[in-house]
Ligand binder design. Structure first.
Ligand SMILES: NC(=O)c1ccc[n+]([C@@H]2O[C@H](COP(=O)([O-])OP(=O)(O)OC[C@H]3O[C@@H](n4cnc5c(N)ncnc54)[C@H](O)[C@@H]3O)[C@@H](O)[C@H]2O)c1
Length: 281
């Protein structure tokens, strides 16, 4: 694999593009508007600069990594892509629409991977005529730092596709862990109920946000508390994942806390909007 197309230049897309380019791949980063792409490139350059400042990377390498990332607002780059990694918003209709389009513009051998946190890979694959080449490649946030890629096999994903993606993850310095396609896979099936329960504890007045996070940090040795983590992930993303778990299993134990719903309604999405359980002025 040489050419990687990353679609969606938000929190995850810019991290995936950064990591792929730093691992030597030619990357095209695609989003709907030029200014979003410029912001993503600025974020990548600033994150790389931190490595330069700490003496972990020569300044010339930073320049070379950024130069390996092209940007586009259309799907033309798809024709020469070896793999597309989709990282657009966690919205089923948007992902189905995009994968149907990708299937028509990407070369026949191109693998179509989704970074979805919870949406069925089998369902996404069914929007294409190449379900054997569709797979989940679920990076963790922040991508340049976190070692795991959860690799999700849809019902029709081929062994060849799995092996290509496992090897790509390795070349990007990550460890792939194989999981099957059920709502939330493993990472979010375990993480989101914990975050939701922390929000319920806040909602019911059991403790303040800082105290809930303090208990989990000091008592369970978690590097960050669940409410800080929710702000970091994005409260809209957390809510979307809980809805997939709730709908997918039909089990009320995944019911999102009303406080989470209200905060998302208010546009309090966590770090990215400047306000969530904490303020990021
Ligand atoms: N935020 C996390 O911690 C996290 C972790 C793992 C996986 N994910 C998953 O990664 C995906 C992206 O999440 P995010 O947090 O980066 O979201 P985000 O909101 O930060 O970014 C999404 C980007 O996709 C773009 N976009 C939307 N529709 C598009 C389209 N049709 N074509 C091109 N670009 C489009 C938006 O303009 C935006 O820039 C989601 O599926 C999410 O569930 C998120």
């Amino acid at each position: 694999m040489k050419n990687i197309v990353v679609i969606g230049a938000g929190t995850m897309g810019n991290g995936i593009a950064h990591t792929a380019a730093a691992s030597g791949f030619e990357v095209t980063l695609v989003d709907v508007a030029g200014e979003l792409l410029q912001r993503a490139l600025a974020t990548i350059a600033a994150n790389l600069q931190r490595g330069v400042d700490k003496g972990k990377m020569p300044a010339a390498e930073k320049v070379a990594v950024v130069a390996r990332i092209r940007t586009a607002t259309d799907l033309e780059a798809m024709a020469t892509a070896d793999i597309v990694i989709e990282a657009i918003s966690e919205n089923l209709a948007a992902k189905l629409d995009l994968f149907a389009k990708l299937d028509t513009v990407a070369g026949p051998e191109c693998i179509l991977a989704s970074n979805t946190s919870s949406i069925s890979i089998t369902k996404i694959a069914a929007a294409t005529k190449r379900p054997d080449k569709v797979i989940g490649m679920h990076f963790m946030n922040p991508v340049p730092v976190m070692a795991l890629v959860e690799v999700i096999r849809g019902i029709a994903t081929s062994d060849d596709t799995f092996q290509c993606v496992e090897s790509l993850a390795k070349q990007m310095g990550k460890t792939a862990i194989e999981v099957n396609d059920y709502p939330g896979f493993v990472a979010n099936r375990v993480l989101m109920p914990m975050i939701n329960e922390a929000i319920f504890a806040l909602y019911e007045g059991v403790a303040t946000a800082a105290s809930i996070d303090g208990v989990m940090k000091l008592g369970m040795n978690h590097p960050m508390g669940p409410l800080t983590l929710a702000d970091f992930i994005g409260l809209d993303v957390c809510l979307a994942i809980l809805r997939v778990l709730e709908g997918g299993f039909g089990d009320p134990k995944y019911r999102p806390c009303p406080l989470l719903v209200k905060m998302v309604d208010a546009g309090w999405l966590g770090r990215k909007s400047g306000r969530g359980f904490y303020s990021y002025a």
